[in-house]
Design a protein. Structure first.
Length: 251
């Protein structure tokens, strides 16, 4: 896999004014992501996780600092270039799925290609069916959201994000509205797609269970990165804890 940075964030700050007070949602964040990585930004509510995703996704602009995506400083983009970036380069997955109730599963997935334009309806349908099969929804392509479980709706949302082959998929609490087992299944699905497609995933969550799929975990608190966990170090720690538990159980 090509070992180069696809995301570089430098001294990122985002503040909001409330009367005479200034509140920092992000307060000097530095973050680098390697192309093809699966990273998790972990933190409690109010830590600044969604604000950070909005910066990477081009939805919001920082008060200070810069966001560089694949060598380009998106913080300098004008509105037209920003719209092109959001339409083509970023795939979103949300906590509450954000799929259209009146559209079938394949039609929801195909919206990403429709927004890009220049693709025949028959081709959109064919590609939508293919990606739905890849996320485990073969045979359910014509179902409406009301006919799908929460986990299945999130699979539709992941397929919608993936179909346009974005540079980055950003996921905002993707397991937050799911039960534990379904959340685990969605985490495994995203990680498998990350490995198979080579698509960079940036996931924000307060759920520590999602970190088992990550290459790196960024701990965000009060708008700042407190520490970064590399996967190999985290696995070593978990192995030590497992050995300790086995030893204590044998006493």
């Amino acid at each position: 896999m090509e070992n180069r940075q696809i995301v570089s964030i430098r001294n990122l700050r985002r503040s909001f004014k409330f009367g005479e007070s200034e509140i920092f949602a992000l307060n000097g964040v530095d973050l680098n992501v390697i192309k093809g990585d699966f990273i998790v930004v972990l933190g409690p509510s109010g830590a600044g996780k969604t604000t950070l995703l909005n910066m990477i996704g081009g939805i919001d602009k920082p008060t200070e600092g810069e966001v560089i995506i694949d060598g380009e400083r998106i913080t300098d983009y004008n509105l037209d270039r920003l719209n092109t970036y959001r339409r083509n380069d970023i795939g979103w997955v949300f906590q509450f799925f954000n799929i259209v109730a009146s559209l079938r599963a394949w039609e929801n997935v195909g919206l990403s290609l429709e927004f890009q334009g220049g693709i025949k309806k028959s081709e959109i349908k064919e590609q939508s069916f293919e990606i739905l099969k890849e996320v485990g929804l073969e045979g359910k392509e014509n179902r409406f959201p009301s006919q799908l479980s929460g986990g299945e709706q999130q699979r539709v949302a992941i397929a919608r994000a993936l179909i346009k082959k974005p540079k980055i998929i950003v996921a905002d609490e993707p397991t937050g509205n799911l039960d534990f087992v379904t959340g685990q299944n969605i985490g495994e699905l995203m990680r498998n797609l990350n490995k198979k497609e080579g698509t960079t995933f940036i996931v924000v969550s307060h759920d520590i269970n999602i970190t088992k799929y990550a290459d790196r975990v960024f701990h965000l608190k009060m708008g700042k990165i407190e520490k970064i966990e590399e996967k190999i170090l985290r696995e070593e720690k978990e192995q030590r804890e497992e050995r300790k538990e086995r030893e204590e159980g044998a006493l």
